[in-house]
Ligand binder design. Sequence first.
Ligand SMILES: Nc1nc2c(ncn2[C@@H]2O[C@H](COP(=O)(O)OP(=O)(O)OP(=O)(O)O)[C@@H](O)[C@H]2O)c(=O)[nH]1
Length: 292
Amino acid sequence: MSHRAGFVSIIGKPNAGKSTLMNALVGEKMSIITPKAQTTRHRILGIVNTDDYQVVFSDTPGIIKPHYALHESMMHQVQGSIVDADLILLMTDINEQHEEEDVMRRLESSLAPVVVLINKIDQSDPETVKQKVDYWNEKLKPLAVFAISALKFPNTQHLLEFIVEQMPEHPAYYEKDALTDRNDRFFASEMIREQVFKQYKKEIPYSTEVVITAFKEEENIYRISAEIIVERESQKNIIIGQGGSMLKIVGTYARRSMEEFYQKKIFLEMFVKVIDDWRSKKNYLKKFGYED
Ligand SMILES: Nc1nc2c(ncn2[C@@H]2O[C@H](COP(=O)(O)OP(=O)(O)OP(=O)(O)O)[C@@H](O)[C@H]2O)c(=O)[nH]1
């Protein structure tokens, strides 16, 4: 059989479980996962390779109404991934009563077939599952509807086989040993951001960006320096915590994740910096890698 390859976008509301699914499909932790909505800010590719196919998944930020320039960039990334897709996976959380109208509107710009994934069925019952399957079949007339639990039953073989069947015949787009298009620095910043999302409340995670300022690979150790950027002086104090206690927790957990991810010893140093209203400033967003 000839080789198949294509792009598959995972889209949906914040917190639906998109990143959890992508990690299950790729079999590696490509995307950070936290219980908070809007964790994913960039489009991240996760690539599944065999001799016969290459499926390039895009994990995308959850679809929201933009409040900041940052959100606008996030939504542009969703749009870009929809336009590029050979297949779209629209993920919904079975227990959320979201109006998915804004998600559907975004699909209008695409000719790609849509598969609906009803996620988190571990937190539901068969009757509700059946109702939701019927609802989506009726509403969107998708190629297929899958009821899944990306977290509890991460056996994605059946879904993956279905996806591969939809891929066009095409040579590989990326090297066959590539798992992602992102580099080590990107994952280092994401692992710190993951801890910021986990350790702080309310607006802090959303006001924070992480920039890797140095990444030195030595034989036995990686030396990583990072800046944690916040919007206000008061947020800086919260990030640091009394006597540096909070920053120490963030650093410890982030370092452990990095040691597991890179299989290296890690030296991590972090500095906290204030940039007023960075989320609304295009020049900073560009500098931090958010596209227009
Ligand atoms: N019970 C249950 N929880 C799940 C399932 N899939 C994901 N979750 C949880 O839902 C939360 C959000 O998961 P993510 O994978 O980060 O969701 P996302 O859609 O990428 O979120 P955004 O980054 O906000 O767009 C996390 O706490 C996950 O552990 C599932 O199948 N069942």
